[in-house]
Design a protein around this ligand. Structure first.
Ligand code: 5GP
Length: 174
């Protein structure tokens, strides 16, 4: 299948995604029994995953959506990332960050720093996909859907140049 200038092939079918999402939700239902977690979905890529995941959550819970914006900082370190759209206080909340994919873990690192500064009670991460480099760097992701190599993936919320987010299955670049 062609998307813009790249070719993709089917990688993980929607049926497999669905059973993994259900399994992850089951673990969260057990781990957060008696608590009211806040699912903090990182847009844009994780909108589909978040929407499917929370349908299997049988706890009282809250759902919030944020974006990570990057802008060029004045420092030589280059890009500075910050969370935007945070509309409720996360002070003393049990936060579960919902990510589509963790690659180098840089994005996650920034989010975790900001949440810690806001005084959350606890914070854990769920990611549908985790790439090889995140495993090598031992980025702390408590709930992982699929461990994959370093291939570029698309579909189920993830895009290539803005396209492909609507596909129900996951694809990878050939
Ligand atoms: P990190 O900061 O962990 O290196 O990158 C995480 C972000 O990069 C993800 O939230 C996602 O937006 C983007 N990303 C990393 N790998 C892929 C990929 O294979 N496909 C797509 N569509 N986005 C990716």
């Amino acid at each position: 299948m062609k998307v813009a200038d790249l070719n993709f092939k089917k990688f993980i079918p929607k049926s497999e995604i669905n059973s993994v999402v259900k399994k992850l939700a089951g673990k969260i239902n057990v781990d957060y029994k008696g608590k009211t977690p806040v699912f903090l979905s990182i847009l844009n890529g994780s909108f589909m995953f978040t929407s499917d995941l929370i349908k299997f959550i049988d706890l009282d819970c809250k759902v919030s959506f944020v974006k990570v914006s990057s802008y060029s900082g004045t420092q030589t370190t280059g890009q500075v990332k910050t969370l935007i759209g945070l509309d409720e206080s996360l002070f003393k909340q049990d936060v579960i960050i919902v990510e589509d994919i963790v690659d180098t873990g840089t994005t996650l690192q920034k989010i975790l720093e900001e949440l810690t500064a806001l005084g959350v009670r606890s914070v854990e991460v769920i990611s549908l996909l985790r790439k090889e480099i995140a495993r090598e760097k031992k980025v702390n992701v408590k709930y992982v859907g699929f461990d994959i190599d370093s291939e570029f993936v698309l579909g189920y919320g993830l895009d290539y140049n803005g396209l492909g987010r609507n596909f129900a299955d996951l694809y990878k670049k050939v």
